[in-house]
Design a protein around this ligand. Structure first.
Ligand SMILES: Nc1ncnc2c1ncn2[C@@H]1O[C@H](COP(=O)(O)OP(=O)(O)O)[C@@H](O)[C@H]1O
Ligand SMILES: [Mg+2]
Length: 290
């Protein structure tokens, strides 16, 4: 099945990829609203990137653990989780589990994560726990794959977990649901990104905004798209993820939608989004070296 995905993405491989960076590109999927498509995008963008040959690690930073469950990771397999990593009792590699998708791995989460903020209290490095853990992710052991992409699935809140993600990330990818209050939440999120940039992580950028659960028959959906494009300009990806029942069914089977039903419109949209993300990465890298 994943070979099918790879074939669909062959066009991406026709242009020779850059030499593998030693450091992965770290992208945090953030939006303080719940139910906007963060986890769905982490799982399916991760799957599409892995299908093109990238080595992808998804880091589940939500105590709900939906990314872990959606990728078929049983709760009893999560002996070592992102909680253990952030609390300082395990290395990130120890929490990594393989998924059914080749080259796609996950650092799973458990409910323990919800107590982290209280536990870390006023520790001076509390916002840098994830950054420090990621700093030694790609080691020198040739038996361990060097990850090229890390996708961080954030919780629906601007709490210490999201701040850790923003302090560790190169860029933020914002899933935005096509609904009335979308823009209101976006300004608050952008303010937080600005604060993190001026204090914890000066290199942080906005990778892009992806509109999710788009329904072309709905006038409101179309109006939200127009407003977001006017407000965020080129930062909005051309690809919009349509509302699609196959996308919502896939997690209950513990599979990415790309594996559950490769041909559905939801899978096609996530494949296109991956193409855009890779393209944007090339542009970002080119401008870094210019
Ligand atoms: N494009 C879509 N079409 C239909 N359902 C979707 C779509 N994207 C997400 N969903 C469903 O909406 C719910 C919330 O999505 P999720 O990715 O978990 O959001 P978040 O991580 O931001 O809370 C889930 O039940 C998911 O299956
Ligand atoms: Mg989620």
């Amino acid at each position: 099945m994943t070979e099918d995905i790879a074939r669909n993405l062959q066009i991406l491989n026709e242009t020779q990829p850059d030499p593998r960076p030693i450091r992965p590109r770290i992208i945090a999927l953030a939006n303080q609203k719940g139910g906007v498509g963060k986890t769905t995008t982490a799982i399916n963008l991760g799957t599409a990137l892995a299908a093109t040959g990238e080595h992808v690690l998804i880091i589940d930073l939500d105590p709900q653990g939906n990314a872990s469950t959606g990728l078929g990771i049983d709760r009893n397999k999560r002996e070592c989780s992102t909680y253990d990593v952030l609390i300082g009792e395990a290395r990130l590699r120890q929490s990594v589990l393989p998924t059914a998708v080749p080259r796609l791995h996950i650092a799973a989460s458990t409910m323990d994560l919800s107590g982290l903020e209280l536990q870390l209290g006023t520790e001076r490095d509390r916002a840098f726990r994830l950054r420090n853990a990621l700093g030694v992710l790609n080691g020198t052991n040739p038996a361990e794959p060097a990850y090229t992409y890390v996708l961080i699935d954030c919780p629906p809140s601007l709490n210490l977990l999201t701040v850790n993600a923003m302090a560790a990330a190169d860029a933020i990818l914002v899933p935005l649901q096509c609904e009335f209050f979308a823009l209101e939440g976006l300004s608050q999120l952008l303010q937080t990104v600005e604060q993190v940039r001026s204090t914890l992580n000066p290199n942080l950028t906005i990778h892009g905004v992806v509109l999710t659960m788009f329904d072309s028959r709905n006038n409101l959906s179309n109006q939200v798209v127009a407003d977001v494009r006017q407000f965020m300009g080129k930062k909005v990806y051309d690809t919009m993820i349509p509302r699609n029942v196959r996308i919502s069914e896939a997690p209950s089977h513990g599979k990415p939608v790309l594996v559950y039903d490769l041909k559905c419109v939801g899978s096609e949209a996530y494949l296109r989004l991956a193409t855009e993300v890779i393209q944007r990465e090339r542009e970002l890298r080119a401008s870094e070296f210019a």
